[in-house]
Write a protein that binds this ligand. Structure first.
Ligand SMILES: [Zn+2]
Length: 364
């Protein structure tokens, strides 16, 4: 070891959480040694990475050291480790955050009855989640359970939400997704039940935090088929409208996932109000939109418009109906719903009948 370097040995611990690595770094560690069987929480790994601290795994008996396994490796932990993780300070903090977010969702009327659900991927194979049949207003930390990445409950007194399968598919498809929030905000759900998406280039905050929303096809909630409907979209969209149901958002934290639900809902609501003013909604320019996309890229948020090869298919719908607040999804944002095609037909026949009536009146 070079001078100025200091390795702190945490090999005796089965679970290494944020507080453990913070203490080691405060004590001057430039590297941390852990046992091969230790579970290092994602927050602890992120903290070490941010501070340039090396994480080395000790071999069991007199072997040499090697770089630790990546956080994404899904390996089932023993029951005792699960219990420690479930009651660790980090898990307790996230349980409180899930409850606070649940209350925000209820206060903003994004959930009704026992609707909506919230989860956080606390380990490579461990997910904290809200229970079934509890109002999000009434959630307490004791209600939060923990499952493995396949949805099998491994801790907590109350049964997990039936819609967890949706969250798990997102975690498996998108390694950056640490938190998922599913809810039914009324104005965004109005888009979801018409199979339409809101237009872009109107409000900067929406462009940066959400940008493009996708629409996934309808399937019965709680089923594996439903969970898989979002898979074509979640890598390139952090927010998806679930046809005839609600919305789902993923982020790096539970709080941020709830922010995206708020940003989308307020955007949809504002568009609906503006559409009643009787004057066209003004859009910002493509160039100004590019400036916002650059900010978004710096924040590390996903957007399908970063993929230049798919840009054209993303823009088709925006050009199709200038000034409309409800657009048919483009190929990059989801399937055109049957109701969308039907209302296109309705609109065409309405335009034809109005035109015929005007021509008749002019002829008289
Ligand atoms: Zn739902």
């Amino acid at each position: 070891m070079k001078s100025g370097e200091k390795s702190i040995d945490l090999g005796g611990r089965k679970l290494i959480a944020m507080r453990d690595v913070q203490d080691a770094v405060t004590a001057g560690a430039t590297s941390i040694a852990v046992a091969a069987s230790s579970v290092v929480t994602p927050s602890a790994r992120d903290f070490l990475q941010q501070h340039g601290i090396e994480l080395v795994t000790e071999k069991a008996a007199g072997g040499s050291q090697q770089a630790a396994q990546p956080a994404t490796a899904a390996v089932a932990a023993p029951a005792a480790v699960n219990r420690r993780l479930f009651s660790s300070p980090e898990a307790e903090a996230i349980k409180k955050e899930i409850c606070a977010v649940g209350r925000k969702l209820w206060m903003r009327q994004f959930v009704d009855g026992n609707g909506g659900n919230i989860s956080y991927r606390i380990g490579p194979n461990e997910v904290l989640c809200s229970p079934t049949l509890v109002s999000k207003y009434d959630l307490t930390p004791d209600d939060i359970g923990m499952t493995d990445i396949e949805g099998v409950q491994i801790a907590g007194a109350k049964p997990r939400t039936s819609e967890l399968l949706l969250h798990l598919e997102i975690y498996k498809a998108v390694p950056e997704a640490k938190a998922v929030v599913h809810c039914h905000p009324p104005h965004a759900t109005a888009y979801a039940i018409t199979g339409r998406v809101p237009p872009n280039l109107i409000i900067p905050e929406f462009e940066v935090f959400v940008g493009k929303v996708a629409v996934s096809p309808y399937e019965t909630p709680g089923t594996q088929a439903f969970a898989e409907t979002v898979l074509p979209y979640v890598k390139t969209h952090n927010t998806v409208l679930l046809s005839n149901h609600g919305i789902v958002c993923w982020a790096d934290t539970v709080t941020h996932a709830e922010w995206y639900a708020e940003v989308l809902e307020t955007y949809c609501w504002t568009l609906l109000i503006a559409s009643q003013l009787g004057v066209p909604i003004s859009q910002i320019s493509e160039k100004q939109g590019d400036d916002l996309l650059a900010i978004k890229k710096k924040l590390g948020l996903p957007d399908i418009r970063f993929d230049a090869s798919r840009m054209k298919e993303c823009q088709l719908s925006d050009l199709e109906v200038p000034g409309s607040i409800a657009l048919a999804p483009t190929p990059c944002d989801g399937p055109r719903s049957r109701s969308a095609s039907a209302s296109d037909g309705d609109l065409e026949s309405l335009v034809k009948s109005v035109t015929d009536a005007v021509m008749d009146a002019m002829g008289k």
